[in-house]
Design a binder for this molecule. Structure first.
Ligand SMILES: [Fe+2]
Ligand SMILES: [Fe+2]
Length: 279
């Protein structure tokens, strides 16, 4: 696939309309908590998916959250928007894989682990970005699922190349598609009206293009992704190339990274990190 064939990616379906309405409401200063919970409550499967994530060990609420109203008040609009996006993407793309060597359940485990890891990395190095970190981590590799779902033949070829040798996953994708999973995921997230910083983070999570620099959010998810691979989720995958520039932007180094790997690993060992998995 060549870059001009981005048009083909535009055939990827939109997310359910309710999600678009939630995104625009969050940006509207006149909207209040009741407006947001009113829209979310119209979609009962979305309600149960959001409550499931909120009641997972990660959020650690003392008592169970049972209504969206309560959730909006406790967590704020932005978090509810992000959870609505997260839950919808996982529901729409949580089905079984089309390509035999790609395991979508494993993919979502990696994504869930990266979501939690990005949250931890943000808490350490960019507290201001914590509200969006979970969502960015969850969808950073959505391009792989888009390929599997909508372009199975090309994805099959790219995966087969992976069996042959040393080239990275991104190189294999570029060879077959002309685009990487990061390009495809970013493009589709933009079409779905995801916030601009989240789109950039998906596009650049393996590194920015030559004329651009790392954004803080892209650097956070890049480091979280590297940590999760190092911890072995998924077990079979290769390590990813960690960028020293991303570490430098966040004011840390290889030593800080190794401490973060340990911190994330310990946190994962303490709780069932896949408890909130919708797929
Ligand atoms: Fe990736
Ligand atoms: Fe990843």
């Amino acid at each position: 696939m060549l870059r001009e064939d981005l048009d083909r990616i535009d055939t990827v379906p939109m997310l359910p309309a309710v999600v678009g309405r939630i995104i625009s409401m969050v940006e509207d200063p006149s909207v209040n908590a009741y407006d947001v919970s009113g829209i979310v409550s119209k979609d009962q499967s979305l309600v149960s998916s959001i409550l499931r994530i909120i009641n997972s060990a990660h959020y650690g609420f003392f008592s169970r959250i049972t209504s969206i109203n309560q959730a909006v008040v406790l967590l704020g609009f932005r978090t509810i928007r992000n959870l609505a996006l997260a839950a919808t993407v996982m529901t729409v793309y949580g089905g079984s894989s089309k390509e035999k060597s790609f395991d979508r359940a494993e993919h979502w485990k990696h994504s869930m682990a990266t979501a939690l890891a990005t949250d931890l990395v943000a808490k350490q190095w960019r507290k201001k970005l914590v509200p969006d970190a979970y969502l960015v981590g969850l969808v950073h590799d959505i391009g792989r699922v888009i390929m599997d779902q909508h372009f199975p033949e090309e994805f099959d070829q790219a995966c087969a190349l992976g069996d042959l040798g040393s080239a990275s996953l991104v190189d294999n994708e570029l060879q077959v598609f002309g685009l990487s999973h990061a390009d495809i995921g970013g493009h589709v997230a933009r079409k779905w009206n995801f916030p601009a910083d989240i789109v950039t983070s998906i596009l650049n999570h393996h590194g920015p293009p030559p004329n651009e620099t790392w954004t803080p959010m892209a650097a956070l998810v890049h480091i979280a992704d590297a940590c999760v691979h190092e911890i072995g989720i998924p077990q079979t995958n290769k390590q990813i190339d960690l960028s020293p520039e991303a570490l430098e932007l966040l004011g840390t180094d290889e030593c800080g990274y190794q401490e973060m790997v340990e911190h994330i690993s310990e946190t994962f060992n303490q709780t069932d990190i896949f408890e909130g998995l919708v797929a």
